[in-house]
Design a protein around this ligand. Structure first.
Ligand code: ATP
Ligand code: PRP
Ligand code: NIO
Ligand code: MG
Length: 493
């Protein structure tokens, strides 16, 4: 898939904050542009008070990196930028440097569909400082949104307990681009299909849908409208029954269902889009069963989210398929994930890597320095803890302790001999060359499902989930503590 080519017909290099370009210029001027750096992309808190997050957006990132260069017209735009005194913002030498710049970084990332937790890197970029810096804004833009929506979708799908969820969000999504990315991420999170036809074409997502109230309103009577639809789509009849009176609507759907059956076709179901969805779905189920349509499904829609779906399940509503739009694709209750992208290590002029830390009054905001890997420990296929460790530390101990990055009194001992382990960060680019093959979107969706199945249901509860343990390996914890003290000019004994 060529997302940038199909959507933007060209370069995305200018999809960045202006300060990335001014810093880049200053790196170049001060001879630091090619100094090697490591940056980590991670978030500090799950969205929606969730107990888990689903990684999404990597395929866009890969596409972005593969197409990362400044086109002539991008450079023309930068060349025309002037300071207040009329001089050029960027020297011609820098413009020429940008012209020749190609993506040459190493990039590691967790696969799309992976269940991930705060503080552990979802993406790690290693390469020339200037390139790492220029990637920041776009990587965050891509990952923050798709990860947010994939997580929302996974929650909605969990609430639906195995029923199909259809994503109906296009009309209320955040613009064209937001809608497309949201449809993709919703599918990754577990939705069965989208109503967004362009997303279907671009990403290979199944498209589906029913019909609107306008279809019914365009006829003199509801039954006439159902019959005309049945004539056009005898194999796709899901009738919207709430335009005038829901009970009458269900009766009309059954009437036309009987005519369909006499022609060897079957009524697939009814959709209810207003009123008390528990009451009317149960009424629909009862009427359909009594009329000998036990296989006809009840589809419900209307401002649904994971909490309303949960409540309807609790009320024993007879809903088989859930149409979810606005609250899914806009992540209505939390419209942004707060992932950040931070410098973690820098190679000094003597060729030695130095870990880097940003000190903050809020301990949650102190980043984790160094070049890391993330290990997930599992017992009999069930995830027990994630550990962040320095990539070059020797492993092989039988017992390890992991330390909570925000509260050092919280520690967990792990008897590694009893555990399986898997490294979550996979190599995606090696010196700018893609070495990772993106799975198909169907494979990613399956991976989300299997990734979630490794976690206890206590972590997947919608409200007040049990916190999954994530910690720093001891050497990394010590390195971070020492560095914080050093940066604060403490004597650390
Ligand atoms: N049994 C139920 N339990 C909990 N929430 C429900 C139940 N039935 C419907 N809802 C939700 O309550 C809200 C009802 O919203 P609202 O009053 O705007 O809709 P409506 O008046 O029924 O429909 P419309 O305005 O589309 O004609 C929706 O979010 C819907 O999903
Ligand atoms: O409610 P959502 O989760 O966003 O799902 C999509 C909604 O879009 C359609 O109607 P629309 O909202 O355009 O009109 P309506 O409110 O009159 O039903 C559909 O009937 C759903 O209600
Ligand atoms: O196909 C549908 O039923 C549909 C599509 C978009 C929005 N609401 C409903
Ligand atoms: Mg509506």
């Amino acid at each position: 898939m060529k997302i940038t080519k199909d959507l933007y017909q060209g370069s995305l290099a200018l999809l960045t904050d202006f300060y990335q370009l001014t810093m880049s210029y200053a790196y170049w001027k001060s001879g630091k542009a090619e100094q090697e750096a490591v940056f980590n992309l991670f978030f500090r808190k799950h969205p929606f008070q969730s107990g888990f997050t689903i990684a999404a957006g990597l395929e866009y990132v890969i596409d972005f990196c593969n197409n990362f260069h400044f086109h002539e017209d991008d450079l023309g735009y930068l060349r025309e930028m002037k300071n207040t005194d009329g001089t050029s913002v960027f020297e011609e030498g820098f413009i020429d440097y940008l012209k020749r710049m190609r993506f040459t970084c190493d990039l590691e990332a967790v696969a799309e569909g992976t269940v991930i937790f705060p503080h552990t890197p979802m993406i790690k970029v290693k390469g020339p400082l200037i390139q790492c810096q220029l990637l920041e804004t776009a990587l965050l833009n891509i990952i923050n949104f798709q990860t947010l929506i994939a997580t929302k979708s996974a929650r909605v799908v969990l609430a639906a307990k195995g029923d199909s969820v259809l994503e109906f969000g296009l009309r209320r999504a955040q613009g064209i681009d937001g809608a497309l990315a949201a449809s993709r991420a919703s599918y990754i999170g577990g939705c069965a299909a989208t109503s967004n036809v362009m997303a279907g074409k671009l990403f290979g997502i199944p498209v589906s849908g029913t019909h609107a109230h306008s279809w019914i309103m365009s006829f003199d009577s509801e039954v006439e409208a159902f019959q005309a639809y049945a004539d056009a789509f005898p194999d796709k009849c899901i009738f919207l029954v709430d335009t005038y009176d829901t009970e009458t609507g269900i009766r009309h759907a059954i009437e036309v269902g009987k005519i369909l059956r006499s022609k060897g076709k079957e009524l697939l179901g009814v959709r209810i889009d207003s009123g008390d969805l528990a009451y009317f779905s149960n009424l629909a189920r009862q009427m359909l069963d009594e009329a000998d349509f036990p296989d006809a499904k009840v589809v419900a829609s209307n401002d649904l989210d994971e909490h309303i779906i949960s409540s309807l399940k609790f009320q024993e509503a007879s809903i088989d398929t859930w149409g979810v739009g606005t609250k899914l694709v806009t992540a209505y209750d939390q419209p942004a994930l707060g992932a950040v992208y931070k410098l973690a290590a820098l190679k000094n002029m003597n060729g030695k890597w130095e870990p880097k830390v940003k000190v903050s009054q809020q301990s949650i905001k102190i980043n984790i320095p160094g070049d890391h890997q993330v290990k997930r420990f599992l017992k009999n296929g069930k995830a027990v803890a994630d550990m962040l460790y320095l990539k070059d530390t020797v492993q092989g101990k039988s017992k390890i302790v992991i330390i909570d990055p925000t509260d050092p009194t919280k520690r967990k001992k792990l008897n590694v001999e009893d555990l399986e382990e898997v490294n979550l960060l996979k190599q995606v680019f090696k010196e700018g060359i893609q070495v990772y093959t993106s799975p198909s979107i169907q494979e990613i969706k399956e991976y989300t499902k299997s990734s979630l199945s490794c976690f206890d249901k206590a972590h997947k509860r919608l409200i007040n989930p049990h916190i999954y343990p994530v910690g720093l390996e001891e050497q990394l914890y010590d390195l971070r503590t020492d560095l914080v003290f050093k940066m604060k000019n403490y004597e650390h004994e």
